[in-house]
Design a protein around this ligand. Sequence first.
Ligand code: BJW
Length: 233
Amino acid sequence: MTGKPDPRIRNIVILTGAGVSAESGVPTFRGPDGLWEGHRVEDVALPEAFRRNPLLVQRFYDERRAALSRVEPNAAHLALARLDAEWSGALLLVTQNVDDLHERAGSKRLLHMHGELKRALCTGCGAASPWSADLSGAPACPRCAAAALRPDIVWFGEMPYHMDIIEAAIDACDLFVSIGTSGAVYPAAGFVDHARSCGARTLELNLDRSAGTPMFGEVRHGPAGALVPEFVA
Ligand code: BJW
């Protein structure tokens, strides 16, 4: 992309999913080694699960937050950060991931549509804040002190973040690239359709076929750590 610019492409939207972090050692959600061992993610990633057993849910997220310190950005995150730094047109990296590997790699034009492990959300006043190291168990909100903090993660049935900005970027994009996502979760799974209807080129980079594969104009199969640097070069 940076070496041989296609003059028809100025505006790029890139969507990433769990597959982009898999080679860093962050587990994906679905498939045999899926994250919510023994459960379907659709059954547990729900606000009701938190209301039923907040301590269990907090503990799960405490462990994942701690695990972030043991992983590093991989070649795919680094290539996307390089593209961000070098691409003079519009670029928006939309990640469904709640890890911080894109920002640690250096991506700046980045939005987390499903929230972030390192942020907390007050169940009472709705204030979002960084998740500080001393928060664990079922902490109370430091601002209103009246309600409990929850992980700032978008669970099923909740509205993903930044939808207005994302939809506007897709409206204007010439190229939509989806990397390492199963295409099983909406609204992200519908972005490719939206991009196509706006006349954009669409490209999927995934280890295997995904639910979304038939909707893409171009598809490349392989590990993100190899495909993304190749795409960016
Ligand atoms: C590699 C690789 C390598 C591996 N290299 N690739 C019926 C029909 C349509 C919609 C609905 C419906 N019923 C309910 C809905 C809506 C619902 C939904 O989509 N449900 C589906 C189950 C059907 N969606 C929602 O509720 C969303 N909100 C919403 O819709 O609000 C209303 C609204 C209306 C209008 C406009 C806008 C909004 C909220 C969804 C929240 C998702 N939250 C989670 C958080 C889990 C909590 C946690 O983190 O613990 O987000 S669920 C989970 O799935 C997580 C992920 O971001 C998301 C997507 O997963 P992802 O990234 O695709 O991972 P995997 O594991 O599925 O796939 C990995 C892929 O990588 C695979 O393809 C591999 O091949 C590949 N891979 N290694 C390249 N090395």
